[in-house]
Design a binder for this molecule. Structure first.
Ligand SMILES: [Zn+2]
Ligand SMILES: [Zn+2]
Length: 421
């Protein structure tokens, strides 16, 4: 047990951390281009924030949160997602200031007690954006474009964007009724969860995995037939902006969100080669959330994407770049007298900005040259007792297999010129 990480967690080891850094650098570059600024919120928050911000009655809140009492008897929860925290930070720090639109992005660990499977961990990582303070459908389109652009910039093709509108507090109650009327005589046939959802949150019956293939599901009334004029107009414009931007999508009337603070646009991006785990990003508008958390009514839209799944997709398609593990110079010290001067040289190399390494185990020449090869060294700097006496090193070019004596005085300058061109 002591040497096993908890179930559903994973070490990111040195040989794969480069892949994470690669994806994260893409995110930062992309968000910079779209004008989203990074925010880092605490990994834990007051439990109440998620009860309000995600909603009781959801699987996340009811079954999946890591909640505990801290030593001050406060109920604390490890964040299961980042939207509620971002909104909390937005309100607490008055980020709204005098501008109408605040655009944030985040990268970080989230925690859900769920059954672990490929691409789905208990500690998992998300990248997401939140655009707060603007109802213009251009912002919806922009947020969707960030998601698409992100996945495309990594080389993923054949992405499928599904789009829907889930209405607003004016038009959704009518749809709820229409939906309840439709499912009332089918209630016995639905799964137990859906029997529960029928009163509380009938929209969620539409995205139930257990009932998805029931014959009457496809004919369920569509929310887009019940939208009010404002929602209709907004939805139409989002589609128009996406079309103008050359982004293909398909309408999916069953893409719904059960909670009241979700409004208008809902979207999901799938990547089919991932099979059952094919949803790689999802998001939408949540004009009711900020008020729910205690702010003034504020329109907002965002998305989140699971980075484990994205990396899984990149791995499957061989889209991860070769990680550069080069060392500029490897110092090889032979004999006791060489140790001190070798270490001093190593320090000087690093101070000059070069990537340099050395073997500390006092092994044979052959063993140390093997280490130099393993480190992918461009040059080996060999120092034995003779070199110490002559104040020089034997500089070996590992690519050309040539070697020459170079004095201590000029070696740093010479290597800098060679390596940095
Ligand atoms: Zn509406
Ligand atoms: Zn069901």
């Amino acid at each position: 047990m002591l040497t096993n990480a908890p179930r559903g967690t994973k070490d990111i080891l040195p040989d794969t951390v480069g892949e994470w850094n690669y994806v994260e650098s893409k995110i930062r570059e992309l968000c910079g281009r779209y004008g989203f600024e990074e925010i880092r919120t605490p990994v834990f928050e007051h439990t109440e924030l998620f009860h309000r911000g995600i909603g009781e009655g959801t699987d996340v809140v009811d079954k999946e949160m890591y909640t505990f009492k801290d030593r001050g008897d406060r109920s604390i929860t490890l964040r299961p997602e980042n939207t509620a925290s971002a909104v909390r930070a937005y309100l607490q720090n008055k980020l709204y200031g005098d501008s109408s639109l605040v655009k944030l992005f985040y990268i970080g660990s989230m925690f859900r007690y769920d059954r672990p499977q490929a691409g789905r961990m208990r500690e998992f990582h998300q990248f997401g954006v939140e655009a707060l303070g603007e109802e213009n459908p251009m912002v919806d389109a922009e947020v969707i474009m960030v998601a698409i652009d992100f996945l495309r910039s990594l080389g993923l093709k054949d992405l499928k964007l599904s789009l829907n509108s889930v209405g607003c507090p004016h038009c959704r109650p009518k749809y709820r009724e229409v939906l309840q009327d439709y499912f009332r005589d089918k209630l016995d046939d639905l799964c137990d969860d859906c029997k529960d959802r029928f009163e509380r949150s009938p929209l969620r019956i539409l995205d139930c995995k257990a009932d998805a293939d029931k014959p009457y599901m496809a004919d369920a009334p569509k929310i887009t037939d019940c939208l009010c004029d404002e929602c209709q107009e907004h939805f139409h414009k989002v589609q128009q902006y996406l079309t103008d931007a050359g982004i293909e999508f398909e309408l999916d009337p069953r893409l719904v969100r059960g909670l009241d603070y979700y409004t208008k646009t809902a979207f999901e991006i799938k990547y089919a080669p991932l099979g059952a785990q094919s949803a790689v990003a999802g998001g939408g508008r949540y004009d009711g959330l900020i008020e729910e958390i205690g702010g003034k009514p504020t329109p907002a839209v965002g998305f989140a994407t699971g980075l484990e799944r994205v990396l899984l997709a990149l791995e499957k398609q061989n889209l991860l770049p070769e990680m550069d593990k080069k060392t500029d110079a490897y110092v090889v010290a032979l004999g006791d007298a060489a140790q001190g001067p070798a270490f001093k040289l190593l320090t000087q190399l690093r101070q000059a900005g070069l990537k340099a390494g050395m073997d500390y185990a006092g092994r044979s020449m052959k063993a140390q040259m093997k280490q130099a090869n393993k480190a992918n060294a461009r040059f080996a700097l060999i120092i034995g007792e003779d070199e110490v006496k002559e104040s020089c090193v034997m500089l070996k070019d590992m690519e050309k297999s040539e070697q020459q004596k170079v004095s201590f005085d000029t070696i740093i300058e010479k290597l800098c010129a060679e390596v940095k061109g």
